[in-house]
Design a protein around this ligand. Sequence first.
Ligand code: F6P
Length: 370
Amino acid sequence: MRKSRIGILTGGGDCAGLNPAIKWVVKAALDERLMAERGKQYEVVGIHNGWEGLINIESSIVPLDEEIVRTWDRYGGTMLGTSRTNPYNAKNDCSKTVIANIEKLKLDALVAIGGDDTLSVASKLSKEGVKIVGIPKTIDKDLCETDYTLGFETAVEVITEEIDRLRTTAGSHGRIFIVETMGRDAGWLALEGGESSGAFIILIPECDFSIEKVNNLVMEAREAGMRYEIIVVAEGAKPTGGTQFLKESCEDAFGHKRLGGIGELLAAEIQQATKIETRSINLSHLQRGGTPCAYDRRMGRYFGIAAVDLLTHNRYGLMVCYRNGKVTSSPLENVIGRTNRVNIETQYDVDRYNGRHTIIGKEMHSGKPE
Ligand code: F6P
């Protein structure tokens, strides 16, 4: 029997959790016990550097087996490499080359692990007849249709650990520390990283903030005896009436500008207004680094296995997802081009600029039964 050939790639920004997912696609596909049940045999090849590896195929393909990937789930980043290459970039459309190369490489199906950009390419290829399934990853957790995206929890761990370190020095010097996190237009990383580390203020893109109000909150805290403050700000947050801060004005192949710099501005403004020494730190790519936490290893495993399950049942054009405590799937076209953002009505406290202090019973306060 001819083996069905699965190609697997990772695209977009790297993060922890990619290698566990790759490992489990390989292990689930090559599982001896399942082979008989499936009536299908697989081989798996890795594709280097995301979609770039299907444009220039010379030396971009590597056979994968259980021995090769055995220890991969312990490592961060992606052993396959990644890129932000967009084959459907209007300035240089290479999508026909990608489709021709998929045939040339005799790939029967593809597993694409990525965020909105990578999966938007997957969705377009699927519409052109490529048999493809997606696995969600991004530290931003901004994909729709899924409650989890690989890399998020490890990034939250990094934020928490770094803030723990900052607390001792902030306390010793009585300083304010501004910690800038990634996350693009979604505030999940800042909010959940800030909640995990007990930050005093958390500023997110979903709620424009007043610098005056931030200053007032700080002064009130000092008057109440607080010795130092940790303020977490998402790279995409902005003051009321202002615009997002850009590191560079040029765009990547998917049209994204690089955000960053709000932390420094905020530190300068707070210091000037409160006369309290204020420093800023941008956690930047540290949030994407390090070994995957236990949760990312487990979710990478479940997502990898689920991707192979979908292929086994000839279900394509779908993204594996995690919803309401279950691993399931959703059409790629329902995922892409939308952003999953923090709901400030139910998940944010606009008066404290922080996570909510009540969770159950919002409806109760408005007189509606729960
Ligand atoms: O989407 C993941 C992410 O880390 C964002 O949070 C951040 O804005 C962006 O990627 C940074 O991308 P790059 O590593 O290409 O600068």
